[in-house]
Design a protein around this ligand. Structure first.
Ligand SMILES: *Cc1c(COP(=O)(O)O)cnc(C)c1O
Length: 404
Protein backbone atom coordinates (compact mmCIF):
# COMPACT_ATOMS: atom_id res chain seq x y z
CA UNK A 1 0.00 0.00 0.00
CA UNK A 2 1.32 3.39 -1.00
CA UNK A 3 1.02 6.42 1.23
CA UNK A 4 -0.19 8.74 -1.52
CA UNK A 5 -0.30 11.86 0.63
CA UNK A 6 3.33 11.31 1.59
CA UNK A 7 4.25 10.74 -2.05
CA UNK A 8 2.37 13.87 -3.13
CA UNK A 9 4.41 15.88 -0.65
CA UNK A 10 7.50 14.94 -2.70
CA UNK A 11 6.14 16.90 -5.70
CA UNK A 12 6.16 20.66 -5.00
CA UNK A 13 4.17 21.53 -8.13
CA UNK A 14 1.14 19.53 -6.96
CA UNK A 15 0.26 22.09 -4.30
CA UNK A 16 -0.10 24.83 -6.93
CA UNK A 17 -3.32 26.48 -7.90
CA UNK A 18 -4.10 26.86 -11.60
CA UNK A 19 -6.76 29.36 -12.61
CA UNK A 20 -7.58 29.71 -8.90
CA UNK A 21 -8.30 25.97 -8.55
CA UNK A 22 -6.15 23.19 -7.10
CA UNK A 23 -4.08 21.68 -9.90
CA UNK A 24 -5.23 18.26 -11.08
CA UNK A 25 -2.41 17.04 -13.29
CA UNK A 26 -3.56 14.30 -15.65
CA UNK A 27 -1.12 14.98 -18.48
CA UNK A 28 1.50 12.52 -17.29
CA UNK A 29 1.65 10.90 -20.71
CA UNK A 30 3.13 14.13 -22.07
CA UNK A 31 5.57 14.60 -19.21
CA UNK A 32 5.62 13.65 -15.56
CA UNK A 33 6.13 16.01 -12.65
CA UNK A 34 9.43 15.96 -10.76
CA UNK A 35 9.96 15.08 -7.10
CA UNK A 36 12.00 17.46 -4.92
CA UNK A 37 14.85 14.94 -4.74
CA UNK A 38 15.28 15.19 -8.53
CA UNK A 39 15.10 18.99 -8.50
CA UNK A 40 17.64 19.10 -5.64
CA UNK A 41 20.01 16.73 -7.43
CA UNK A 42 20.00 18.97 -10.51
CA UNK A 43 20.81 22.03 -8.38
CA UNK A 44 23.47 20.17 -6.40
CA UNK A 45 25.26 19.11 -9.57
CA UNK A 46 25.69 22.72 -10.69
CA UNK A 47 26.55 23.93 -7.18
CA UNK A 48 29.09 21.26 -6.33
CA UNK A 49 30.38 19.27 -9.30
CA UNK A 50 29.88 21.08 -12.59
CA UNK A 51 32.74 20.20 -14.99
CA UNK A 52 33.05 18.53 -18.36
CA UNK A 53 33.28 14.75 -18.42
CA UNK A 54 35.83 12.31 -19.86
CA UNK A 55 38.28 15.16 -20.47
CA UNK A 56 40.03 16.65 -17.51
CA UNK A 57 42.48 15.13 -15.09
CA UNK A 58 41.26 17.62 -12.51
CA UNK A 59 39.16 16.55 -9.57
CA UNK A 60 35.82 18.05 -10.55
CA UNK A 61 36.00 16.58 -14.03
CA UNK A 62 36.64 13.18 -12.50
CA UNK A 63 33.77 13.60 -10.06
CA UNK A 64 31.43 14.54 -12.90
CA UNK A 65 32.64 11.62 -15.04
CA UNK A 66 32.22 9.17 -12.14
CA UNK A 67 28.70 10.41 -11.41
CA UNK A 68 27.72 10.25 -15.09
CA UNK A 69 29.10 6.74 -15.52
CA UNK A 70 27.53 5.63 -12.24
CA UNK A 71 24.19 6.74 -13.62
CA UNK A 72 24.81 4.73 -16.78
CA UNK A 73 25.49 1.73 -14.55
CA UNK A 74 22.25 2.35 -12.69
CA UNK A 75 20.28 2.38 -15.94
CA UNK A 76 22.06 -0.81 -17.03
CA UNK A 77 20.91 -2.53 -13.82
CA UNK A 78 17.43 -1.06 -14.09
CA UNK A 79 16.74 -2.38 -17.59
CA UNK A 80 18.93 -5.47 -17.10
CA UNK A 81 21.26 -4.80 -20.03
CA UNK A 82 24.19 -7.16 -20.35
CA UNK A 83 26.82 -4.40 -20.56
CA UNK A 84 26.91 -0.75 -19.46
CA UNK A 85 28.29 0.18 -22.89
CA UNK A 86 24.99 -0.96 -24.44
CA UNK A 87 23.35 1.97 -22.64
CA UNK A 88 23.61 5.22 -24.61
CA UNK A 89 22.64 8.58 -23.20
CA UNK A 90 20.40 10.51 -25.60
CA UNK A 91 18.26 13.63 -25.40
CA UNK A 92 15.11 11.48 -25.47
CA UNK A 93 13.17 8.81 -27.30
CA UNK A 94 13.11 10.80 -30.55
CA UNK A 95 16.90 11.11 -30.54
CA UNK A 96 17.32 7.39 -29.83
CA UNK A 97 15.04 6.35 -32.68
CA UNK A 98 16.77 8.71 -35.13
CA UNK A 99 20.16 7.37 -34.08
CA UNK A 100 18.99 3.90 -35.13
CA UNK A 101 17.24 4.90 -38.37
CA UNK A 102 20.30 6.90 -39.38
CA UNK A 103 22.45 3.83 -38.79
CA UNK A 104 20.22 1.61 -40.90
CA UNK A 105 20.57 3.98 -43.86
CA UNK A 106 23.85 2.27 -44.72
CA UNK A 107 22.39 -1.23 -44.27
CA UNK A 108 18.99 -1.28 -46.03
CA UNK A 109 18.47 -1.68 -49.77
CA UNK A 110 15.54 -1.28 -52.16
CA UNK A 111 13.11 -4.16 -51.64
CA UNK A 112 13.81 -4.37 -47.90
CA UNK A 113 10.82 -3.90 -45.63
CA UNK A 114 10.28 -2.12 -42.34
CA UNK A 115 7.23 -2.94 -40.24
CA UNK A 116 5.74 -0.33 -37.88
CA UNK A 117 2.42 -0.52 -36.05
CA UNK A 118 -0.69 1.59 -36.50
CA UNK A 119 -0.40 2.59 -32.81
CA UNK A 120 2.88 4.49 -33.18
CA UNK A 121 3.76 7.99 -32.03
CA UNK A 122 4.90 10.21 -34.92
CA UNK A 123 8.42 9.89 -33.47
CA UNK A 124 8.36 6.23 -34.39
CA UNK A 125 6.82 6.71 -37.85
CA UNK A 126 8.49 9.70 -39.48
CA UNK A 127 12.16 8.66 -39.00
CA UNK A 128 11.35 5.28 -40.61
CA UNK A 129 9.60 7.02 -43.52
CA UNK A 130 12.68 9.19 -43.99
CA UNK A 131 14.81 6.03 -43.93
CA UNK A 132 12.59 4.46 -46.61
CA UNK A 133 13.01 7.55 -48.78
CA UNK A 134 16.78 7.35 -48.42
CA UNK A 135 17.15 3.62 -49.04
CA UNK A 136 14.20 2.58 -51.21
CA UNK A 137 12.92 0.29 -48.44
CA UNK A 138 9.15 -0.09 -48.00
CA UNK A 139 7.09 0.68 -44.90
CA UNK A 140 4.45 -1.86 -43.84
CA UNK A 141 1.91 -1.24 -41.09
CA UNK A 142 0.43 -3.68 -38.55
CA UNK A 143 -3.29 -2.87 -38.46
CA UNK A 144 -5.39 -2.58 -35.30
CA UNK A 145 -8.93 -3.51 -34.32
CA UNK A 146 -11.74 -1.36 -32.88
CA UNK A 147 -10.43 -1.95 -29.34
CA UNK A 148 -7.09 -0.44 -30.31
CA UNK A 149 -5.26 -3.77 -30.23
CA UNK A 150 -2.78 -4.82 -32.88
CA UNK A 151 -4.04 -7.63 -35.13
CA UNK A 152 -1.35 -10.24 -34.68
CA UNK A 153 -2.45 -12.55 -37.51
CA UNK A 154 -2.02 -9.58 -39.86
CA UNK A 155 1.45 -8.97 -38.38
CA UNK A 156 2.39 -12.61 -38.97
CA UNK A 157 1.26 -12.27 -42.58
CA UNK A 158 3.44 -9.16 -43.10
CA UNK A 159 6.63 -10.94 -42.04
CA UNK A 160 8.92 -12.32 -44.71
CA UNK A 161 12.60 -12.66 -45.52
CA UNK A 162 12.39 -9.06 -46.80
CA UNK A 163 11.56 -7.80 -43.30
CA UNK A 164 14.66 -6.12 -41.94
CA UNK A 165 13.28 -4.08 -39.04
CA UNK A 166 10.17 -4.31 -36.89
CA UNK A 167 9.34 -1.45 -34.55
CA UNK A 168 6.46 -1.00 -32.16
CA UNK A 169 5.78 0.86 -28.95
CA UNK A 170 5.65 -1.00 -25.67
CA UNK A 171 2.63 1.04 -24.56
CA UNK A 172 0.58 3.31 -26.84
CA UNK A 173 0.65 6.95 -25.75
CA UNK A 174 -2.71 7.80 -27.32
CA UNK A 175 -4.75 4.83 -26.04
CA UNK A 176 -2.70 3.26 -23.25
CA UNK A 177 -2.78 -0.19 -24.87
CA UNK A 178 0.09 -2.47 -23.79
CA UNK A 179 1.40 -4.31 -26.83
CA UNK A 180 2.43 -8.00 -26.83
CA UNK A 181 6.02 -7.08 -27.60
CA UNK A 182 7.54 -10.38 -26.54
CA UNK A 183 5.49 -12.17 -29.19
CA UNK A 184 6.35 -9.51 -31.78
CA UNK A 185 10.08 -9.69 -31.01
CA UNK A 186 10.12 -13.49 -31.24
CA UNK A 187 8.28 -13.55 -34.57
CA UNK A 188 10.46 -10.79 -36.03
CA UNK A 189 13.64 -12.58 -35.00
CA UNK A 190 12.38 -15.76 -36.64
CA UNK A 191 12.70 -14.00 -40.03
CA UNK A 192 15.98 -12.33 -39.07
CA UNK A 193 14.64 -8.80 -38.53
CA UNK A 194 15.97 -6.39 -35.91
CA UNK A 195 13.46 -5.00 -33.40
CA UNK A 196 13.28 -1.54 -31.87
CA UNK A 197 10.87 -1.00 -28.99
CA UNK A 198 9.68 2.54 -28.25
CA UNK A 199 9.45 2.39 -24.48
CA UNK A 200 8.60 6.06 -23.85
CA UNK A 201 5.23 5.28 -22.27
CA UNK A 202 6.29 2.07 -20.60
CA UNK A 203 9.13 3.20 -18.34
CA UNK A 204 6.94 5.32 -16.02
CA UNK A 205 4.83 2.23 -15.26
CA UNK A 206 7.13 -0.77 -15.45
CA UNK A 207 10.71 -1.95 -15.40
CA UNK A 208 11.68 -3.26 -18.84
CA UNK A 209 13.99 -6.28 -18.90
CA UNK A 210 15.80 -5.96 -22.21
CA UNK A 211 17.58 -9.30 -22.00
CA UNK A 212 14.38 -11.15 -21.23
CA UNK A 213 12.54 -9.29 -24.01
CA UNK A 214 15.52 -9.94 -26.30
CA UNK A 215 14.82 -6.70 -28.21
CA UNK A 216 17.68 -5.24 -30.26
CA UNK A 217 16.95 -1.63 -29.30
CA UNK A 218 14.85 -0.05 -26.57
CA UNK A 219 14.41 3.73 -26.53
CA UNK A 220 12.91 5.93 -23.80
CA UNK A 221 12.85 9.46 -22.38
CA UNK A 222 13.76 10.59 -18.87
CA UNK A 223 11.14 13.30 -18.59
CA UNK A 224 8.16 10.93 -18.58
CA UNK A 225 9.64 8.98 -15.65
CA UNK A 226 10.20 11.81 -13.15
CA UNK A 227 13.55 12.78 -14.68
CA UNK A 228 14.67 16.00 -16.38
CA UNK A 229 13.71 17.02 -19.92
CA UNK A 230 16.40 16.55 -22.56
CA UNK A 231 17.44 13.17 -21.16
CA UNK A 232 16.88 9.70 -22.53
CA UNK A 233 18.36 6.29 -23.12
CA UNK A 234 18.87 4.13 -26.13
CA UNK A 235 19.67 0.55 -25.27
CA UNK A 236 21.20 -1.40 -28.14
CA UNK A 237 22.65 -4.88 -28.27
CA UNK A 238 26.44 -4.69 -28.47
CA UNK A 239 26.60 -6.42 -31.86
CA UNK A 240 24.15 -3.95 -33.39
CA UNK A 241 25.85 -0.90 -31.89
CA UNK A 242 29.17 -2.12 -33.27
CA UNK A 243 27.59 -2.59 -36.68
CA UNK A 244 25.81 0.77 -36.96
CA UNK A 245 27.84 3.82 -38.02
CA UNK A 246 27.98 6.81 -35.63
CA UNK A 247 25.07 9.25 -35.72
CA UNK A 248 26.95 12.48 -35.16
CA UNK A 249 30.59 13.32 -35.56
CA UNK A 250 32.47 15.47 -33.08
CA UNK A 251 34.45 15.48 -29.89
CA UNK A 252 34.23 12.59 -27.48
CA UNK A 253 33.31 10.00 -30.15
CA UNK A 254 36.75 9.55 -31.71
CA UNK A 255 39.86 7.54 -31.02
CA UNK A 256 42.21 9.42 -33.34
CA UNK A 257 41.67 12.24 -35.79
CA UNK A 258 43.83 13.20 -38.74
CA UNK A 259 42.72 14.91 -41.93
CA UNK A 260 43.23 11.63 -43.77
CA UNK A 261 41.30 9.34 -41.48
CA UNK A 262 39.45 9.31 -38.17
CA UNK A 263 38.88 6.23 -36.05
CA UNK A 264 35.89 6.06 -33.75
CA UNK A 265 35.85 5.58 -30.03
CA UNK A 266 34.63 2.38 -28.42
CA UNK A 267 31.07 1.98 -27.21
CA UNK A 268 29.26 3.82 -25.81
CA UNK A 269 31.26 6.93 -26.72
CA UNK A 270 31.05 6.29 -30.47
CA UNK A 271 27.42 7.43 -30.23
CA UNK A 272 27.91 10.24 -27.71
CA UNK A 273 29.48 13.09 -29.67
CA UNK A 274 29.85 16.45 -27.99
CA UNK A 275 29.17 17.56 -24.44
CA UNK A 276 25.99 15.84 -23.30
CA UNK A 277 23.36 16.88 -20.76
CA UNK A 278 25.66 15.87 -17.90
CA UNK A 279 23.45 17.08 -15.07
CA UNK A 280 20.42 15.49 -16.71
CA UNK A 281 22.13 12.15 -17.22
CA UNK A 282 23.19 12.03 -13.58
CA UNK A 283 19.79 13.09 -12.31
CA UNK A 284 18.01 10.50 -14.47
CA UNK A 285 19.70 8.02 -12.14
CA UNK A 286 18.18 9.83 -9.17
CA UNK A 287 14.72 9.61 -10.77
CA UNK A 288 15.16 5.87 -11.35
CA UNK A 289 16.18 5.40 -7.70
CA UNK A 290 13.13 7.35 -6.62
CA UNK A 291 10.77 5.17 -8.68
CA UNK A 292 12.43 1.96 -7.52
CA UNK A 293 12.06 3.07 -3.90
CA UNK A 294 8.32 3.39 -4.42
CA UNK A 295 8.39 0.08 -6.30
CA UNK A 296 7.01 -0.65 -9.75
CA UNK A 297 4.69 -3.37 -8.42
CA UNK A 298 3.12 -0.84 -6.06
CA UNK A 299 2.94 1.72 -8.84
CA UNK A 300 1.21 -0.69 -11.21
CA UNK A 301 -1.28 -1.92 -8.67
CA UNK A 302 -2.26 1.59 -7.63
CA UNK A 303 -2.40 2.96 -11.17
CA UNK A 304 -4.63 0.05 -12.21
CA UNK A 305 -7.02 1.03 -9.42
CA UNK A 306 -7.05 4.60 -10.75
CA UNK A 307 -7.64 3.34 -14.29
CA UNK A 308 -10.57 1.15 -13.28
CA UNK A 309 -12.09 3.88 -11.15
CA UNK A 310 -11.77 6.56 -13.84
CA UNK A 311 -13.13 4.26 -16.55
CA UNK A 312 -16.17 3.43 -14.46
CA UNK A 313 -16.89 7.04 -13.42
CA UNK A 314 -16.45 8.44 -16.92
CA UNK A 315 -18.66 5.82 -18.57
CA UNK A 316 -21.54 7.02 -16.39
CA UNK A 317 -21.57 10.21 -18.45
CA UNK A 318 -24.07 9.80 -21.26
CA UNK A 319 -22.61 10.04 -24.76
CA UNK A 320 -19.05 9.49 -23.53
CA UNK A 321 -16.99 7.03 -25.52
CA UNK A 322 -13.62 5.59 -24.54
CA UNK A 323 -11.06 4.72 -27.23
CA UNK A 324 -8.65 1.91 -26.52
CA UNK A 325 -10.95 -0.63 -24.91
CA UNK A 326 -8.47 -3.48 -25.18
CA UNK A 327 -7.80 -5.60 -22.13
CA UNK A 328 -4.15 -4.95 -21.47
CA UNK A 329 -3.87 -1.25 -20.58
CA UNK A 330 -1.77 1.26 -18.70
CA UNK A 331 -3.38 4.11 -16.74
CA UNK A 332 -4.55 6.17 -19.71
CA UNK A 333 -8.14 7.02 -20.62
CA UNK A 334 -8.72 8.53 -24.04
CA UNK A 335 -12.31 9.68 -24.61
CA UNK A 336 -14.77 11.93 -26.42
CA UNK A 337 -18.29 13.14 -25.82
CA UNK A 338 -20.80 12.77 -28.62
CA UNK A 339 -21.01 15.87 -30.81
CA UNK A 340 -18.50 17.90 -28.79
CA UNK A 341 -14.98 18.80 -29.95
CA UNK A 342 -12.29 17.50 -27.54
CA UNK A 343 -10.53 20.86 -27.59
CA UNK A 344 -13.64 22.62 -26.20
CA UNK A 345 -13.88 20.18 -23.29
CA UNK A 346 -10.14 20.53 -22.59
CA UNK A 347 -10.34 24.33 -22.54
CA UNK A 348 -13.28 24.41 -20.14
CA UNK A 349 -11.87 21.92 -17.69
CA UNK A 350 -8.51 23.74 -17.76
CA UNK A 351 -10.35 26.74 -16.30
CA UNK A 352 -11.31 24.38 -13.48
CA UNK A 353 -7.66 23.49 -12.82
CA UNK A 354 -7.65 20.18 -14.67
CA UNK A 355 -4.75 19.47 -17.02
CA UNK A 356 -5.49 16.87 -19.69
CA UNK A 357 -4.17 16.56 -23.21
CA UNK A 358 -6.51 17.12 -26.13
CA UNK A 359 -5.76 16.52 -29.80
CA UNK A 360 -4.17 13.76 -31.83
CA UNK A 361 -1.40 13.02 -29.27
CA UNK A 362 1.22 12.83 -32.04
CA UNK A 363 -0.59 9.75 -33.32
CA UNK A 364 -2.69 11.04 -36.19
CA UNK A 365 -3.13 7.64 -37.89
CA UNK A 366 -4.99 6.38 -34.80
CA UNK A 367 -7.38 9.34 -34.96
CA UNK A 368 -7.91 8.72 -38.68
CA UNK A 369 -8.73 5.09 -37.91
CA UNK A 370 -11.50 6.14 -35.52
CA UNK A 371 -12.53 9.05 -37.84
CA UNK A 372 -12.16 11.63 -35.07
CA UNK A 373 -10.16 14.88 -34.87
CA UNK A 374 -8.64 13.83 -31.56
CA UNK A 375 -9.49 12.76 -28.03
CA UNK A 376 -9.35 14.03 -24.48
CA UNK A 377 -6.61 12.03 -22.79
CA UNK A 378 -6.31 11.68 -19.04
CA UNK A 379 -3.09 9.87 -18.12
CA UNK A 380 -2.60 8.97 -14.47
CA UNK A 381 0.50 8.66 -12.36
CA UNK A 382 1.08 7.09 -8.95
CA UNK A 383 0.79 10.55 -7.35
CA UNK A 384 -2.77 11.07 -8.58
CA UNK A 385 -5.84 10.27 -6.47
CA UNK A 386 -9.45 9.11 -6.84
CA UNK A 387 -10.55 12.49 -5.48
CA UNK A 388 -8.78 14.13 -8.42
CA UNK A 389 -10.62 11.78 -10.78
CA UNK A 390 -13.89 12.86 -9.13
CA UNK A 391 -12.96 16.51 -9.80
CA UNK A 392 -12.26 15.72 -13.45
CA UNK A 393 -15.53 13.82 -13.89
CA UNK A 394 -17.46 16.73 -12.34
CA UNK A 395 -15.63 19.17 -14.62
CA UNK A 396 -16.33 17.07 -17.72
CA UNK A 397 -20.03 16.95 -16.77
CA UNK A 398 -20.03 20.74 -16.41
CA UNK A 399 -18.32 21.16 -19.79
CA UNK A 400 -20.84 18.83 -21.40
CA UNK A 401 -23.76 20.86 -20.05
CA UNK A 402 -22.20 24.13 -21.24
CA UNK A 403 -21.42 22.78 -24.72
CA UNK A 404 -24.54 20.81 -25.58
C1 LIG B 1 6.61 10.94 -25.82
C2 LIG B 1 6.75 9.83 -26.76
C3 LIG B 1 7.76 9.83 -27.73
C4 LIG B 1 8.70 10.98 -27.94
O1 LIG B 1 9.42 11.26 -26.78
P1 LIG B 1 10.33 12.57 -26.70
O2 LIG B 1 10.66 12.67 -25.26
O3 LIG B 1 9.46 13.70 -27.17
O4 LIG B 1 11.49 12.35 -27.59
C5 LIG B 1 7.87 8.73 -28.55
N1 LIG B 1 7.03 7.69 -28.44
C6 LIG B 1 6.07 7.65 -27.52
C7 LIG B 1 5.18 6.44 -27.43
C8 LIG B 1 5.88 8.72 -26.66
O5 LIG B 1 4.90 8.69 -25.76
Amino acid sequence: MLDIQKIRADFPILTQKVNGKPLVYFDNGATSQKPQIVIDAEVRYYQEINANIHRGVHTLSQLATDAYEASRGKVKEHINAKFAHEVLFTSGTTHGINLVTNGFASILKPGDEIIVSSLEHHSNIVPWQMLCEKTGATLKVIPMNEDGELILEAFDALLSENTKVVTVNHISNALGIINPIKYIIEKAHAVGAAVLIDGAQAVPHLKPNVQDLDCDFYAFSGHKMCGPTGTGILYGKEAWLNKLPPYQGGGEMIKEVTFEKTTYADLPHKFEAGTPNIAGGIVLGTAIDYLNNIGFENIQQYENELLEYATKQLLEIEGLKIYGTGKNKASVVSFNIDGIHPYDVGSIIDKLGIAVRTGHHCAQPIMNFFCIPGTIRASFSFYNTKEEIDSMVEAVKKAKTMLS
